[in-house]
Design a protein around this ligand. Structure first.
Ligand SMILES: Cc1cc2nc3c(=O)[nH]c(=O)nc-3n(C[C@H](O)[C@H](O)[C@H](O)COP(=O)(O)OP(=O)(O)OC[C@H]3O[C@@H](n4cnc5c(N)ncnc54)[C@H](O)[C@@H]3O)c2cc1C
Length: 407
């Protein structure tokens, strides 16, 4: 093992693996990833993994575009396909408000030369057999959008990074940070201290704990994201597009012959990261362990578009904390008054889609290169000094998720 790596990345989720690959690809020096469980074992493996490219938050389309480029490069580098499901995305708007949002999406797609087709309701019902509604619809189809297995993508970043010499220390917890004055100089683990030139905090929903130890509260909180998967049935062809339905606070995609559908809670649940178990297999939100409160509250809204939901058999339920910020932007960059440390978190449910951009952006910052990305909106200090563990702050982040309408 390298005694003093140039870079230590804390966390082997998709951000940590992507950052490691980009650092290695840039030939920036020695890189060690320290992960307390297995790779991609936390939030990453639980994602629905919609790879929506066009995003209305400033700067995010550039991050997701980089992921699309990275996937092709990884496939070439590793010599196998990451099996993207290139089904396209359907964006369905019924109310005047969501129709305005859809027009903004169409304009953003045109700006980025991304194909966007307006399709009529008849064509929409043909493409999505479970969809039925009497409401007037406006529908946009984006044929280039896809989804994939998030675990496979994270492992592809990791495998490609390993092939370029990155070391992965698994089942090793970072228990603290080493510091010299205002400079973070390495990490502490149970077995030893590891000094490094630069420490990168990519610890997902736990990232705020390490940043707080370094002296800055990150503007984010772990907030519940969740979805259900129905049993297979003829209404759910596997080549259907994925669907964004902001009027129902819902999204869907095919999943092994059934339908995966996510609902955004009107009042999302958050948790205190200091009490969040390292093992997400244990229920994180005991107040509503199977999501029934949300199904009862928001199911009828989805049923307006998906009447067969009433009889659908729910075969699986997946819930996990995803890090949200009040403004829906990532948290990327240096902490004020702290040198030798960078942070990559605050994914707002877009961390798989933007993983390539986040990896590249952080590698560029870590190696003092000019950035390809506009990261001003992602600064860790953009909300000033906060108490990120307080109930009131967590509530602001939960509202950030409840208000989300994109894929
Ligand atoms: C239900 C759900 C649906 C989602 N759907 C989508 C989607 O459709 N599209 C999309 O783009 N995104 C989606 N996301 C979001 C996506 O999953 C996240 O943005 C992404 O996985 C974040 O990756 P990460 O590496 O930051 O975090 P994680 O995957 O959680 O990785 C962090 C890692 O850090 C490790 N760690 C923490 N503390 C320490 C420590 N002290 N020492 C060592 N290791 C440590 C953890 O063990 C963990 O492995 C979804 C998320 C959820 C929960």
């Amino acid at each position: 093992m390298t005694q003093r790596p140039d870079f230590i990345v804390i966390g082997g989720g998709i951000f940590g693996c992507s950052i490691a690959w980009y650092l290695a690809r840039a030939g920036a020096g020695t890189v060690t990833v320290v992960e307390r469980q297995g790779l991609a074992a936390a939030t990453t493996s639980r994602a629905a993994a919609l790879l929506t490219r066009i995003r209305l938050k400033p700067g995010q389309t550039a991050l997701s575009t980089e992921t699309r480029r990275a996937i092709s490069e990884l496939e070439q580098e590793l010599g196998f396909s990451l099996e993207q499901h290139r089904v396209g995305s359907l964006h369905i708007a019924a109310s005047p408000q969501t129709q305005t949002g859809l027009e903004e999406l169409a304009a953003a797609a045109a700006e980025h030369s991304e194909p966007f087709e307006w399709i009529d309701a008849e064509e929409t019902f043909k493409r999505i057999p479970w969809l039925q509604t009497d409401r007037e619809l406006r529908v946009g189809f984006m044929p280039e959008d896809s989804y994939l297995d998030p675990y496979q993508l994270a492992m592809a970043y990791a495998d490609a990074a390993k092939a370029r010499g990155v070391e992965f220390l698994l089942e090793t917890e970072v228990t603290g940070l080493m510091r010299n004055g205002d400079r973070i100089t390495g990490v502490r683990t149970e077995s030893r201290d590891i000094a490094a030139g630069c420490v990168i905090d990519a610890a997902g929903p736990w990232a705020g704990l390490l940043a707080a130890e370094a002296g800055w509260h990150l503007p984010l909180a772990p907030v519940r994201s969740h979805y259900w998967i129905t049993s297979p049935g003829p209404l759910f062809p596997t080549d259907n597009p994925y669907v964004i339905l902001p009027d129902a606070h819902a999204y869907t995609r095919p999943e092994v012959g059934g339908l995966l559908f996510g609902l955004r809670d009107k009042a999302s649940l958050s948790c205190d990261p200091r009490k969040l178990s390292a093992d997400l297999a244990s229920p994180v939100f005991p107040e509503d362990p199977e999501g029934w409160d949300v199904l009862i509250e928001s199911g009828p809204g989805l049923q307006e578009f998906f009447p067969a939901l009433a009889e659908a058999e729910l075969a699986h339920y997946v819930a996990a904390p995803s890090t949200y910020t009040p403004d829906g932007q990532f948290v990327l960059g240096a902490l004020p008054g702290v040198s030798g440390m960078l942070v990559a978190s605050g994914c707002c449910g877009a961390g798989i889609a933007c993983s390539g951009g986040v990896g590249r952006a952080i590698a560029e910052l870590a190696t003092d290169q000019a950035s390809h990305f506009e990261l001003g909106g992602c600064r860790p200090d953009r909300f000033g000094e906060i108490d990120s563990f307080s109930d009131s702050w967590r509530e602001l982040c939960a509202q950030g998720r409840s208000g989300k309408t994109s894929g």
